[in-house]
Design a binder for this molecule. Structure first.
Ligand code: FMN
Ligand code: SF4
Ligand code: SF4
Length: 317
């Protein structure tokens, strides 16, 4: 029987094969509406984040823009009223890469936002896997925003330790000792912010094209479904649970009920947000019979403290 690592490896190989570079890309730069401003005053930095990496980059972007004199709102998209989106001169959105793509709850959210005609938009992703699909995940976000009238002015991907739980937390970057982000990652984030702003001032846009033409095929792989099939147990340990409801807040699909110790397997997106955020190690997930433990436990067992940008000591958002 395949182990979880075999499954991940095979998926990665298939993914790589599907992503062989070919020259078919979809370019849509010419179709953008005019920028509504080349002098943005009020910016929104929005994020979806399960384990805090995307939120950290989003806040650093917000602090960098604030230093440049802009008014900044920095918000978790799960708590943000999407009807306020048209009121901003610049929208920067960040998400993690999940299953080689944008988390499905984020895509669904973006499908229902109001028109943001002419608003400069930039996207970024936090990722932890091998490089390859991150450009397309951020492109997918840009395409969704452009569909509502947003004008693409920036895109980037920031690498960090992955929060994808395996029984031993032994993927390459989990055991390498390089527990990103580091100062270079934060410099990249600041540079992305500065470049995005300068592009708006110059009235420039960026192309929205998938780097690897066969990605659509990859996205059609039922990765979430396959993973859900392999999850042999998903419940809550009533003895350990402290009823903090963090898992409920983090669950993007309202699938978990810690008070009843139930998980609606139909609704579950296999994002591991419940496991990766439970402070009491009370979320029980078995993958083909092997018990997983979450990101807080992984950090604790390996005595890892994730680095914070120095700006955070003076900039509050
Ligand atoms: C369910 C799940 C799926 C993931 N899939 C990918 C992936 O396909 N590619 C990748 O580079 N990283 C992947 N990752 C790693 C995340 O992108 C990475 O841990 C990210 O920094 C998490 O951001 P957050 O802390 O803001 O939630 C995955 C993580 C999880 C939990
Ligand atoms: S996050 Fe953990 S401790 Fe808190 S309610 Fe959920 S299962 Fe219980
Ligand atoms: S119950 Fe499923 S969808 Fe909800 S946080 Fe847990 S893994 Fe994600």
């Amino acid at each position: 029987m395949d182990t979880r690592r075999d499954f991940i490896r095979k998926t990665a190989i298939l993914g790589t094969a599907l992503c062989l570079p070919v020259s078919l890309t979809s370019e849509s730069r010419a179709e953008y509406p005019a920028l509504k401003t080349r002098d943005p005053k009020k910016a929104l930095v929005l994020w979806y984040s399960q384990t805090g990496q995307t939120r950290r980059y989003a806040k650093l972007i917000g602090c960098t823009l604030k230093r440049k004199g802009l008014d900044i709102d920095a918000r978790d998209m799960q708590e943000f009223d999407k009807n306020l989106l048209p009121g901003y001169d610049l929208i920067i959105l960040g998400t993690p890469v999940f299953y080689y793509d944008t988390p499905s709850n984020v895509s669904e959210w973006l499908e229902t936002i109001p028109s943001i005609l002419g608003t400069p938009v930039a996207t970024f992703v936090a990722f932890g896997g091998p490089e390859g699909n991150q450009h397309n995940a951020s492109t997918h976000l840009l395409k969704l925003l452009a569909k509502k009238g947003g004008v693409p002015v920036g895109r980037d991907a920031f690498r960090n330790i992955t929060s994808y739980p395996t029984p031993k937390w032994d993927s390459a970057n989990q055991i390498s000792g390089q527990h990103l982000p580091n100062t270079a990652t934060f410099d990249q984030t600041r540079q992305f912010t500065a470049d995005t702003l300068e592009r708006i001032i110059r009235g420039e846009t960026i192309s929205v094209s998938y780097e690897l033409a066969l990605r659509e095929g990859l996205r059609m792989l039922p990765l979430v479904w396959l993973n859900k099939k392999a999850i042999s147990k998903h419940t809550v340990d009533a003895e350990k649970c402290i009823s903090c409801l963090t898992c409920v807040k983090k669950c993007p699909s309202k699938a978990i009920n810690p008070l009843k110790q139930t998980v609606d397997r139909e609704k579950c997106l296999a994002c591991f947000g419940c496991l990766n955020n439970c402070p009491a190690d009370a979320v029980v997930i078995e993958y083909r019979g092997e018990r997983l433990y979450g990101f807080p436990q992984y950090l604790k067992r390996n005595k890892i403290t994730i680095m914070e940008p120095p700006e955070f000591s003076t900039c509050s958002l």
